[in-house]
Ligand binder design. Structure first.
Ligand SMILES: Nc1ncnc2c1ncn2[C@@H]1O[C@H](COP(=O)(O)OP(=O)(O)OP(=O)(O)O)[C@@H](O)[C@H]1O
Length: 324
């Protein structure tokens, strides 16, 4: 059985001027120990999806579909059970660690808190576990006595990762975990996440707009556009041989060292992502799509098989694969 199964997940925010469909009919599975990257431009619904997984959405959000975590539906779970699941079975690392840490409490106390609240350790054992966790994320044990302002941004993000690992969850959700960090520190934190999930057999959902970072850390990639899943497949295939024109544009936006010079030319996608309250008819991507056909203005193609364990929601894929 998959550790996580999303079945037709939708999230709509109710605001004064109407409804914002932020996530639309996303179905995905994540196996135990696997790492899934979720990519897309700003506003594509990545964070909303991540927050929905642990029921962290604001009250104005309406959620539909099913989110099965180890067979239990998160959406209908009782609050007591939901609180037990957070940290202990699934935890989340947000972007910008400084927002997640309490400025007036010592680092060690903050890392220990989930362990104590979940009754997983008594104070002495929690202190030992804090030292072990700090070591795992590359910080000396004496840092337990520091306050957040005494640490650099990269160190604070390491603390957030230590907190997320503390209760030995089976799933970690990392939402743009390195966005607020400089490039060198970003690489260190990404390597740390990659090593920790591999060593400890933890499943990972990592969210980023940077397909190259995701393809380095994750086995599979899911690309979102305007709240929809437009491509889902093995990382190397989605990054180097994307089947959806939007994924191709995203991949081209982040050249990697070693790419041929031809790929280094800036190939930004024209136009802006659509306003979710005024989505274009047919395929939501068609007004920006370099290979759109007339029918794309009216035909909204569902995900279509595009190879082994690979699917894409594009009329070209449907025509090519469907003809075989
Ligand atoms: N609390 C909210 N109320 C109303 N609309 C919201 C709310 N939060 C997000 N949205 C809208 O939902 C859509 C998806 O937003 P979301 O933050 O999930 O996207 P994202 O892909 O994570 O973007 P980013 O990379 O900028 O974080 C956007 O149109 C956004 O404006």
């Amino acid at each position: 059985m998959s550790l996580l199964e999303l079945d037709d997940l939708s999230v709509t925010y109710r605001i004064a001027s109407g409804e914002v469909p932020a996530v639309r009919g996303v179905s995905l599975t994540l196996d135990s120990g696997a790492a899934l990257g979720v990519a897309g431009e700003s506003g594509s619904g990545k964070s909303t999806l991540a927050m929905a997984l642990l029921r962290l959405l604001p009250r104005d959000a309406r959620v539909g579909g099913r989110i099965l975590l180890d067979g239990e539906d998160v959406i209908t779970m009782k609050w007591g059970r939901m609180r037990a699941v957070r940290w202990a079975e699934a935890s989340i690392v947000f972007q910008g660690a400084q927002h997640g840490l309490n400025p007036v409490r010592r680092i060690g106390d903050q890392i220990a808190e989930p362990l104590l609240v979940h009754g997983l350790a008594k104070p002495d054992a929690a202190r030992r576990r804090v030292a072990e966790l700090l070591d795992q994320v590359g910080l000396p044990a004496w840092r337990a006595r520091s306050y957040p302002h005494e640490l650099s941004g990269g160190q604070r993000q390491r603390v957030m990762i230590a907190m997320a690992l503390g209760c030995k969850p089976r799933l970690i959700i990392a939402d743009e975990p390195t966005t607020a960090l400089d490039v060198m520190v970003q690489a260190q934190v990404l390597t740390l996440i990659k090593e920790l999930v591999a060593e400890q057999g933890i499943s990972l959902i990592m969210i980023s707009h940077d397909l190259s970072v995701l393809s380095d850390v994750c086995d599979r990639l899911a690309v979102m556009y305007a709240g929809r899943l437009v491509e889902h497949g093995p990382s190397a295939e989605v990054f180097h041989d994307a089947r959806h024109p939007y994924s191709r544009a995203l991949a081209a936006a982040f050249p990697t060292v070693g790419d041929p010079v031809s790929r280094l030319a800036p190939k930004g996608l024209g136009g802006d992502p659509p306003d979710p309250m005024r989505l274009p008819g047919g395929c939501s991507f068609h007004p920006r799509c370099p290979v759109a056909l007339d029918e794309c203005a009216t035909l909204d193609v569902e995900l279509w098989p595009a190879g082994e364990h690979h699917s894409a929601a594009c009329v070209h894929v449907k025509e090519r694969e469907g003809a075989q």
